[in-house]
Design a protein. Structure first.
Length: 85
């Protein structure tokens, strides 16, 4: 359980960190690359949430709540990427 929790902390920190780092780049192309990395971290976290659920570390309600928030974050990232094209 502690190993999975540690693995889940990485993308949780990585998502906003990559958004911030990309925002401070001078070109939209670089910014978009960091946003895509953040999307990858969202996918990684989604998988880890599914694993936590399968191992009964979180219940169904917690899983659904987390996935709903993560889906919202992913949609915002995708919309931002579209606006930079």
């Amino acid at each position: 359980m502690y190993s999975l929790a540690s693995q889940m902390q990485r993308p949780v920190v990585s998502i906003p960190s990559n958004i911030a780092e990309g925002f401070n780049r001078y070109q939209n192309k670089e910014y978009k690359q960091f946003l895509y990395i953040s999307l990858g971290s969202c996918a990684e976290l989604e998988t880890q949430i599914e694993i936590a659920s399968e191992l009964n570390y979180i219940n169904k309600k917690q899983k659904e709540g987390l996935l709903e928030k993560l889906d919202y974050e992913s949609r915002m990232l995708r919309n931002l990427i579209k606006k930079l094209i």
